[in-house]
Write a new protein. Structure first.
Length: 345
């Protein structure tokens, strides 16, 4: 019986530990972390000398309930503390992602590309991509596309410097305010970090193998969630710290690609179908124009030769045919026999 009571007490103690771990994870502030670990009962905490095992288990559950009440009070006090101030959302403190593109027609694409790369490195950034192509006949149809990553504070300056290299054709700039996303990520990371720390402290107090396995799984799950949140924060920090600029450099004879006027729809489909029909008719007329001289040069003599051969064949067939015999007269029909007449009675 004593072993059975001791086993039941350990099970109740493990249940109390899991409840304490779940309650401690709800805490996001420093005050919550201190409360969630203070007085956490061990799974096999020794009670008073000679106390029954059932009473020790009941004491562990009571301590877990007391911890839950203390956590709720600490959270309520944390909300009313004057130190919990809202983040600074001034314009110079906001997190903004800048992206832009510019198309410039220049005299020499290669020389201008070197200058663009100098603008990027001089501003503290770097060239993320460089793609160039030259015209087939060397008539000035060169084209180059460069992707720049420059500090956000130098975004407008670098674009203006690139525009001064030649004749600006197109310019597009976009901004995305991600301040709320950054603040939300900071809060979630702090909360998750507190949950990981509390899980590690409870893991250090585990006494049985089952408790150790359960707590290790819980801590590993919380650490994976924390790493995911931190990766998102680093991605946002990279996008806000370095802006992206796409530079298109056109040679003197290079064509500018037309951008779509709007989102796809019925009118866009109708316009695309009409353009396809016009293009098909243009190809058909081009092929017909290329074949017409050959048809005139070869078709007329071929038709004249065919007409002469056919006429010659008809004349030869008429001369070789014998004269037709007159048709024979049909034989005379025999005279009809007289019909007998009936005599009156």
């Amino acid at each position: 019986m004593g072993m059975r009571h001791l086993h039941n007490a350990r099970l109740l103690g493990a249940t109390a530990l899991i409840a304490t771990l779940a309650l401690a994870g709800c805490s996001g502030g420093s005050s919550d972390k201190s409360v969630s670990t203070t007085g956490a009962p061990g799974p096999a905490a020794a009670g008073p000398a000679g106390a029954p095992a059932e009473r020790q288990a009941e004491g562990g559950v009571t301590q877990a309930q007391d911890q839950a009440q203390a956590l709720a009070q600490a959270q309520a006090q944390g909300k009313g503390q004057p130190g919990a101030q809202a983040p600074n959302l001034a314009v110079d403190q906001r997190s903004i992602i800048y992206t832009g593109s510019i198309t410039v027609r220049v005299k020499n694409v290669n020389a201008s590309a070197a200058q663009v790369a100098g603008f990027a490195t001089g501003s503290g950034g770097f060239v993320g991509g460089d793609n160039r192509s030259s015209g087939a006949d060397g008539s000035g149809g060169d084209h180059g596309t460069l992707t720049l990553r420059v500090p956000s504070g130098k975004f407008g300056t670098v674009i203006d410097q690139i525009a001064g290299l030649g004749k600006e054709q197109q310019r597009t700039t976009n901004t995305e305010d991600v301040t709320e996303a950054v603040v939300d990520l900071d809060a979630r990371i702090a909360t998750q970090q507190a949950r990981v720390d509390s899980g590690r402290r409870l893991l250090a107090q585990a006494k049985t193998l089952n408790e150790l396995v359960m707590l290790e799984n819980e801590v590993s799950t919380r650490q994976a969630d924390l790493a995911s949140l931190q990766a998102k924060k680093r991605r946002l920090a990279d996008l806000t710290a370095l802006s992206t600029i796409t530079v298109d450099l056109l040679g003197p004879e290079a064509a500018v690609e037309d951008e779509p006027d709007g989102p796809p729809g019925f009118l866009a489909g109708l316009k695309g179908g009409w353009n396809a029909l016009v293009a098909s008719l243009s190809v058909l007329l081009t092929v017909l124009g290329a074949l017409l001289p050959w048809l005139l040069a070869l078709g007329i003599p071929a038709y004249g030769l065919f007409w002469l051969i056919r006429r010659y064949a008809r004349g030869k067939a008429g001369a070789a045919a014998p004269p037709a015999a007159p048709p024979a007269a049909p034989p005379a029909a025999p005279p009809a026999a007289p019909q007998p007449t009936d005599s009156p009675q």
